[in-house]
Design a binder for this molecule. Sequence first.
Ligand code: FAD
Length: 445
Amino acid sequence: STALVWLRRDLRLHDSAALAAATAEAERVWTVFVFDTTILAPLPRQDRRVDFIHAAVADLHARAGLLVRVGDPRQIIPALARELGVDAVHASHDDDPAALARDAEVAAALPCPLHTCKDHVVLERAEVLTAAGRPYTVFTPYKRAWLQRLRPQDVAERVVRAERLVRGQDALPSLADLGFEASDLSPAVGRGEAGAQALLADFLPRMDRYDETRDFPGIKGPSYLGVHLRFGTVSVRELVRLAQSHSSGGAQTWLSELIWRDFYHQLLHHFPHAARLPFKPEYSAVSWDDNEAFFEAWCRGETGYPLVDAGMRQLAQTGYMHNRLRMVTASFLTKDLGIDWRRGEAWFAQLLLDFDLAANNGGWQWAASTGCDAQPWFRIFNPVTQSQKFDPEGRFIKRYCPELSHLDAKQIHEPWLHGGPAPIVDHAAARERTLARFAVVKKDQ
Ligand code: FAD
């Protein structure tokens, strides 16, 4: 029999659930990627993520004869299935609400079955539930249950019978054919599966110290694999296997981060309202300020708080932001500037290379205290003490705020005390306003 595998967020050949399933079943298997013009049309003409995807697609086109089409997959996939006369189409799950709707339309228009399978996360949807059969909404008990539920099969390599892949004859559209120009995507991000493996090889010797290093943006602590996980140029199962093969605290902490990723995915699956509304409905009562000048200062990295500004500039300049800074800048937007978390979420969505609806929404709602946080609502990061604690020498700050390079390690966290301009808000006063803003929720509880 024959099959077609439609690749989306699984742009690799190794340890791929959809390719393994298709090549186990069918003797002749085509692969296809569709540059979805409905997604591409509104993007800026230079887009780092389009570059990243194009490079990964080019790699699969060269290595495996991936078919590459441009247009709306709702029409293209059914038409291609007819053209090839395949017995089945395979794809891995994409649980973003828009993707689920698209896949339902494709399935309805196909002349053959659409088989979908889990690939993007380790445990998905309703695989981890409480004893009462409910989804977990707090991370720590979820993680405990996740670890108990995990079977070797969940992380076993999905073996692909590559000899069954049929090389297609499509020409590869260039970036220009797609209407894009090359962006400033850094070579350090790594391209395709080989790029992911290079980052992984770089991270492995650092994994055992991840628990000690991960909170300091000035040092190379994390793996930088987020974008590769996002587009599937690396298998999350492979990463879990590697974390499990190390017994260190660092490896366990890193595994916890991969479990956070599953946690947020299952959360959005069970509570799709959270994509637009506060996860905890009572927080809809919070009214946010609409200060355009503050929002723009935050986007540009010109709030006057050096660690916040350095994080925002890192995002704009590279498409990456260190996790500690995502927490600090998100807390600053919502708790110091009093601006709706959804505005920050949208800004991150536009710029983050590793943008992922579930993780971004989860992270923002966590920071805004409208989501899943075991802590009470009054967690408000102090942007100065965060700076002193997590960038004590100001090494990271100086990289992105060179105008502060004359200040020493003590001075750099509060430049306004040393002749610099005052920050756009006073943290102590903002803190009081936030306590008042959130009081409406407390009263109602
Ligand atoms: P590492 O520290 O090496 O971690 C390995 C992997 O674990 C990451 O690549 C990621 O896939 C996963 N991971 C780590 N931390 C988390 C977490 N807290 N939640 C979910 N998954 C996690 N992560 C995204 O992948 N996409 C996003 O759009 C995103 N937006 C965020 C927004 C906010 C406000 C916050 C606070 C966090 C966000 N995160 C997001 C989570 C986290 O910051 C990034 O996953 C991490 O910084 C990526 O860098 P890394 O690959 O070097 O991670």
